[in-house]
Design a protein around this ligand. Structure first.
Ligand SMILES: Nc1nc2c(ncn2[C@@H]2O[C@H](COP(=O)(O)OP(=O)(O)OP(=O)(O)O)[C@@H](O)[C@H]2O)c(=O)[nH]1
Ligand SMILES: [Mg+2]
Length: 891
């Protein structure tokens, strides 16, 4: 019965065709929603990263930050190597090989530049070409180094590059800084030290210079990394002449630049590039460790250091035990945070704070620009060690500490250390910071980032503008870190009346009380200018009028009382010192709580969703079974139509008007053939083909829905970073279209014969009997003589025939119900088979889905358990921390 399969697929025009699609999208909706939601969270990335080892590409959201101005400055890996590549060569075979080699050698940044057709300024590439080249380069680099573009901030934004390199002709650094995301790298390339320094002040993260001379000019002025262009590229670095490497080392370079890696023949050889870069990295790393080149030109004024040295010991025997406890506790907290909150940038603060537990007391001077911070430090130390100026002057964090000879060095974190032979610096480190409320964000950030390290903060205000809005804001930020703040109202010489000094001091005190929530904060009015003048004028300055007027004596006494004095502030320095890491711990643990709470919510919701898969599968099964009924309707109506046709044949055939032909066909066997010959044409028609097509469509419908359902879960599970490949489940195709075989197995010959036989039998018992009665009366009439007797006999014969013919409708309905019975049996078999097919295949799909979801569900449960454990561990750490803080307070 191959005809049944010959027809093409038809879609079934019933609601059942659209229902699965609708319900499918409804089912998918929840998963899509969850995926979108998860993409938006940082903690999810951490969760997925942990599970899969890969970071998702949706890194656009800013990490949370404890710093007031948001995220920290961008970080550049140093010592490093910057490789330039021309836009026209980046995608060539030679270009990609050179880039690959540079990456394998450990390039920090790859810079796309446009050098024109002949290596100089020439025909410029179109925006599209630049964009395409930039995205292709990004794909090639795959996060192994930062990808930057020269002077095209617009392309950097559009192609989502890591940053931009600005030339002196490019947009000002401050403009690029504002255009790009805070995490973007803004580099500046120039050989003009003044321009480079300006760029650094405006927020450049890295400077690229082309000579050692510019490097040495800049090194003492800027804290950002400086890369130097190596003339001759790899050959120079591998050459016998070590003067370039020495020059880089001595002048404190942070890396080298190779201006055109494609033209540099040596860059085609991976081994050579690696060798050259490792020579640079080794030399510069060695330098950083040994500090060989850090001592540079002395600064004038060492002779006049006039501080009053006092022997101060911060750590008595009492403190030893607390320090030990603090070290242990902070190590526990650090490990906890590193293990569970990797996304928290500020963990580094704790690392720093732990390092300085036993270092000298750290006095940090902060305040708005021009308030006189540097002047206060100079007056304290007795000479102009740090620069003062009417414009924003201090651009870098400078830690002043004791040194036999004056020397400036740069520490790993980019801050400067300035060694001065001032005795007081044997007891305390003093930090000069860039002023706040400056137009350049970088300076503000530098100071903000340093605040958490401070043991004591000297907040310097200018007497002629005490407590500006920005000072209030900055104080609020400082309070967050739990810092002890001493207010220094400087420039009191600008106030004419003594009352004014008192009023200003009171004003500062009132506001400080309100803002910091402390009673009676220390407010010390001074004139740094007068104090320094007095100190410089007379070695015995203490009793001089100018020094007394400056108020600096009280200020110095106050500071000294912290540093180990025996009065009311005895032990205060140790207390503050111990509190510094503890305050950092408190903030980090609070931030960790927020992160973990979010993770907890997400983990719980994941578990709930994972559990919900079972319900979703049950719902899906129910919906599919219900929808399959509608599909079966189509087959039912085809069969019904065939039944009707068969019944019509019965009606049309078994009629008295057909008596003669029926008599001939079925009784005498001499007439035309019976209904069997017309079965195909009149009963079957195209119903077999239509049934076959309906069964195939049903099967395809099942496949479509099951595959879509399975795919939706595969996507959802994959989207969560788990293996959802079908190889992990039994993907054997089920035996399809069993219903089709029911249709094709139906024996139409037997059906045709049965119908024919039934009609024949009916003819026999009706027309045959009637004919018999009539013939019998004809013969009987020959035995009777009278006409009346003949009439009687004929009448009797006719009555017999009439009675036989009367049963014709009865016979018709008997046949029809026989047809209906056998059709019903067929339909039942067909529908049962379809239902079976549906439940088997849906069951197999849901089974596959459960198998695919199982690892994710298990991971979700494990994650929920991990987060719950973390929250508990955090609570315990917080308890120990609080106890430690009480012990420190009672020291
Ligand atoms: N009249 C007067 N002027 C002072 C006093 N102290 C500092 N100045 C002046 O105030 C200006 C700023 O002083 P700096 O010490 O550079 O101020 P700063 O707070 O370090 O400024 P930035 O480094 O820009 O943040 C300079 O011109 C100083 O001479 C003072 O006691 N009296
Ligand atoms: Mg300053």
């Amino acid at each position: 019965m191959s005809r049944a399969c010959a027809g093409g697929h038809r879609s079934i025009p019933t609601s059942s065709a659209s229902t699965p699609a609708l319900s499918r999208s409804r089912r998918l909706g929840r998963w899509e929603h969850i995926r979108r939601q998860r993409r938006a969270t940082t903690t999810t990335r951490a969760f997925l990263k942990k599970r899969t080892g890969v970071e998702r590409d949706d890194e656009t959201s800013e990490k949370r930050s404890l710093f007031a101005s948001g995220s920290k400055r961008s970080e550049i890996r140093i010592p490093g190597f910057v490789a330039y590549v021309d836009v026209r060569e980046a995608s060539t075979e030679r270009g990609t090989r050179a880039i690959d080699n540079a990456l394998h050698a450990g390039a920090t940044m790859i810079v796309l530049q446009e050098r024109g057709m002949n290596g100089g300024v020439g025909e410029s590439a179109s925006g599209r070409a630049l964009y395409e080249s930039a995205t292709a380069l990004k794909d090639l680099v795959r996060g192994r180094a930062k990808v930057l573009i020269q002077d095209r901030t617009d392309i950097a934004v559009q192609a989502e590059l890591d940053g931009v390199v600005l030339t002196d002709d490019g947009v000002p650094t401050v403009v690029a800084r504002k255009t790009l995301s805070p995490k973007a790298v803004v580099a500046h390339v120039s050989d003009d030290a003044v321009e480079a320094e300006k760029a650094s002040k405006e927020g450049a993260d890295v400077l690229l210079v082309s000579s050692l001379r510019t490097l040495s000019e800049l090194r003492e002025k800027v804290s950002v990394p400086i890369f130097v262009d190596v003339q001759g590229g790899v050959s120079t670095l591998l050459g016998e002449d070590s003067s370039t490497l020495n020059g880089l080392t001595i002048n404190g370079a942070n890396g080298v630049t190779i201006c055109d890696i494609v033209s540099d023949e040596m860059c085609a050889d991976e081994a050579r590039v690696k060798l050259a870069v490792s020579a640079v990295v080794d030399a510069l790393t060695q330098n950083a460790v040994n500090g060989d080149s850090v001592e540079r030109a002395s600064v004038d004024g060492a002779e006049n250091v006039t501080v009053r040295p006092e022997k101060i010991s911060l750590v008595g025997s009492k403190g030893e035990e607390l320090i030990e406890r603090e070290r242990e506790l902070s190590e526990g907290i650090l490990t906890f945070l590193q293990d569970n909150c990797q996304d928290l940038d500020e963990i580094k603060l704790l690392v720093e704070a732990r390092k300085s537990i036993e270092d000298l007391f750290l006095l940090v001077i902060v305040g708005e620009f021009n308030a006189g911070k540097s002047s206060v430090i100079n007056a304290f130390l007795g000479d102009k060690f740090v620069a003062e100026g009417i414009l924003p002057t201090t651009n870098e964090i400078t830690v002043l500490r004791y040194g036999e000879r004056k020397a400036r060095e740069q520490s790993e974190d980019g801050f400067f250390t300035y060694k001065i032979p001032a005795e007081i610096l044997r007891q305390v480190r003093i930090v000069d910071t860039p002023g706040t409320n400056v137009i350049l964000q970088r300076q503000q950030k530098l100071t903000e980032e340093f605040v958490p390290r401070a043991d004591l903060i000297l907040f310097v205000l200018s007497a002629d503008r005490p407590m500006t809005e920005s000072e209030v804001k900055f104080l609020t930020y400082i309070r967050k870190w739990g810092k002890k703040v001493v207010f220094v109202v400087n420039k009191t010489d600008l106030l004419e009346e003594a009352n004014d000094v008192r009023d200003v001091s009171q004003f500062v005190k009132d506001n400080a009380e309100r803002l910091l929530g402390v009673n009676d904060p220390a407010v010390l009015p001074v004139s740094a200018r007068k104090a320094l003048k007095a100190k410089k004028a007379n070695a015995n300055y203490v009793g001089t009028r100018e020094f007394v007027d400056s108020g600096f004596g009280q200020f110095e006494d106050y500071v000294m009382s912290y540093l180990g004095g025996s009065g009311e502030r005895a032990g205060e320095a140790l207390r503050l010192k111990l509190l510094t890491p503890l305050n950092v711990c408190t903030l980090l643990l609070d931030a960790a709580e927020q992160i973990l709470e979010t993770e907890d919510d997400e983990a719980k919701s994941e578990v709930a969703i994972a559990i919900g898969v079972k319900t979703q599968m049950d719902d899906y099964t129910k919906e599919m079974v219900a929808d399959s009924k509608a599909q079966q309707e189509a087959t039912r109506s085809i069969v019904q139509a065939a039944i009707k046709r068969a019944e019509r044949i019965v009606d049309d055939t078994l009629r008295l008007s057909n008596a003669l032909s029926l008599f001939n066909t079925y009784i005498l066997g001499t007439g035309s053939s019976g209904v069997a010959s017309q079965y195909e044409k009149l009963v079957l028609g195209d119903s077999e083909e239509r049934l076959g097509a309906a069964c195939e469509e049903f099967s395809a419908w099942l496949d479509r829905n099951n595959e879509a359902q399975l795919q939706a879960y595969i996507d959802a599970v994959k989207g969560r970073g788990f293996d959802a490949s079908l190889s992990s489940v039994d993907n054997e195709k089920e035996e399809r279209a069993k219903s089709l075989s029911v249709v094709s197995n139906f024996d139409h010959t037997a059906a045709a014969q049965l119908l024919d036989k039934s009609i024949g039998k009916a003819v026999e018992t009706t027309i045959g009997s009637a004919g018999g009665a009539f013939v019998a009366s004809f013969f009987l009439s020959g035995f009777f003589n009278s006409f009346s007797e003949d009439v009687l006999v004929y009448a009797l014969g006719l009555a017999g025939a009439y009675i036989a013919v009367l049963s014709l409708p009865l016979k018709r309905s008997e046949i029809k119900s026989k047809i209906r019975r056998s059709a019903a049996a067929f339909l039942t078999e067909l529908e049962e088979t379809m239902e079976n097919e549906c439940t088997t295949q849906v069951g197999s799909t849901t089974q596959k889905i459960s198998t695919i979801c199982a690892p994710w569900a298990a991971a979700a449960r494990a994650e929920a358990a991990r987060v719950a454990e973390c929250l508990e561990a955090r609570r315990e750490l917080k308890k120990s921390l609080e106890k430690m803080m009480i012990d420190v307070a009672n020291l």
